[in-house]
Design a protein around this ligand. Structure first.
Ligand code: AMP
Ligand code: MG
Length: 421
């Protein structure tokens, strides 16, 4: 059931997204929901602010008592108490009286304006708590308008008001808003667990000495980091030897995940174990995608109970695996999260050097974008071999050479996908 297609990047992505599901809603603590997508409208359960309160430190007064006040003839008010934020005033402001009040404190009944310290004969606002004992008359030096320096109840948010729509990817200010509504949890689509399996007899874990012929497993770590950076939960399944038994056993460990990602063993001239196992265990297509790097790609689904777990088989070369995961894995994670904004921002840049396209595939060249004299410039990160992972590590963009363009010459414009979030 192995078939070989030569397909475009768009077709490959369409086929992948067609079987990747949106994950179920769950209630999670608000801080954990950063970057997750709301599964329902968030409606305010309360008014914000809940009560009228003062926006300034000063005196809560009846505005009418301050009519005609000036430096020469201050309105003399009797101070009947003081109030810090967090407390209610026990009593009310009667004509001729005032309450010394601190920012955020609820307005005492009877008062309809706040006179800041600067407009009284107590301009410095001495240590709170000592004043009432030392003095009981304040002189107001300017008339106050009714409502002056009051923040009214519900002026920010009204109870029942929709605050965050369904489908929003929560950012930090929205997490703050959720807290201001008193919500400890929020209903969002679950984060996908992505199981990641490396394959190859030559591949070993970082942290142990290399024997001749071996290489360290960079794919699992680069891809896991991308999963995490994009809001998923990576689960590494380790490294499988190129045997049917080893691979089958490791794959089974990943079948309770939301997506399975393998690397290597999908190229044409390869030791065919990976292909054989994938084809036998699941419904898998082996594709030739019209792109460089990353031409070979496997995609399919593994049956797991009543689910089908999507599987992306990345090429083994480290740059190919990361670019392929960027183009196909990242949108899949976004879809599971409920996000549709997976498209990277694109800028048109001036190529500072030639970018060749040898064989009519779409080239994703690793590039460094800089701004000079108001224009974006793209320089390559050095040799572009698909095994040269440092070329990817320096890049902040992928410069895209279309299939039909044989070369981008220095000075030509080139579209670049921005990789930095
Ligand atoms: P393959 O697709 O198995 O032919 O692998 C292509 C190339 O990628 C070979 O040079 C492999 O050694 C290399 N490779 C495979 N898996 C990994 C990995 N997990 N990390 C780094 N390089 C790898
Ligand atoms: Mg291999």
């Amino acid at each position: 059931m192995t078939t070989m297609h030569m397909i475009s990047v768009e077709e490959a992505l369409d086929r992948i997204l067609a079987i990747v599901p949106l994950l179920a809603p769950v209630d999670v603590p608000i801080l954990e929901a950063l970057g997750q997508v709301t599964a329902e409208d968030v409606v305010s359960p309360l008014d914000i602010p809940p009560l009228d309160n003062t926006a300034m430190d000063g005196y809560a007064v009846r505005a009418a008592d301050t009519t005609g006040a000036s430096d020469a003839s201050p309105a003399q008010l009797r101070v009947i108490g003081e109030l810090a934020a967090g407390y209610l005033f026990d009593g009310s402001v009667q004509p001729g009286t005032a309450v010394r009040i601190m920012t955020g404190a609820p307005m005492p009944p009877g008062a309809d304006a706040v006179v800041p310290f600067e407009e009284t004969d107590e301009p410095s606002g001495r240590n709170f708590g000592s004043f009432a004992k030392s003095r009981d008359i304040v002189g107001v030096l300017k008339p106050a308008d009714p409502g002056a320096n009051i923040r009214y109840a519900a002026e920010d948010v009204r109870k029942g008001q929709p605050i965050i729509p369904q489908g929003a990817a929560l950012h930090p200010a929205q997490i703050g808003v959720l807290a201001s509504l008193g919500m400890a949890t929020v209903r969002v689509h679950r984060r996908p667990v992505v199981a990641i399996l490396s394959t190859g007899d030559e591949v070993v874990e970082p942290g142990v000495p290399l024997r001749p012929g071996q290489i360290y497993d960079s794919n699992a770590y680069g891809v896991s980091a991308m999963v995490r950076a994009n809001g998923g939960i990576p689960r590494r399944l380790g490294i499988a030897k190129d045997t049917v038994e080893a691979l089958t056993a490791r794959l089974r460990d990943g079948l309770d995940a939301d997506m399975l990602v393998t690397s290597a063993g999908v190229s044409r001239g390869d030791y065919d174990v990976v292909k054989d196992v994938l084809a036998k265990e699941g419904e898998v297509d082996f594709w030739t995608v019209r792109m460089r790097p990353g031409k070979p790609l496997a995609f399919g689904a593994f049956p797991s109970g009543d689910r089908r777990v999507p599987h992306i088989g990345l090429p083994g070369n480290p740059v190919s695996s990361m670019v392929s995961f960027e183009l196909f894995g990242r949108p899949a994670i976004f879809k599971m999260l409920g996000r549709s904004d997976w498209q990277r921002p694109t800028v048109r840049a001036i190529a500072d050097e030639a970018i060749a396209n040898a064989d009519g595939r779409r080239v994703y060249a690793r590039a460094i974008l800089t701004q000079r004299n108001g224009a974006w410039h793209a320089a390559l990160t050095g040799p572009q071999g698909s095994g040269i992972l440092t070329s990817m590590a320096q890049a902040n963009a992928l410069a895209v050479v279309p299939e039909h363009v044989a070369v981008i010459n220095p000075g030509d414009e080139v579209d670049c996908l921005l990789l930095d979030d």
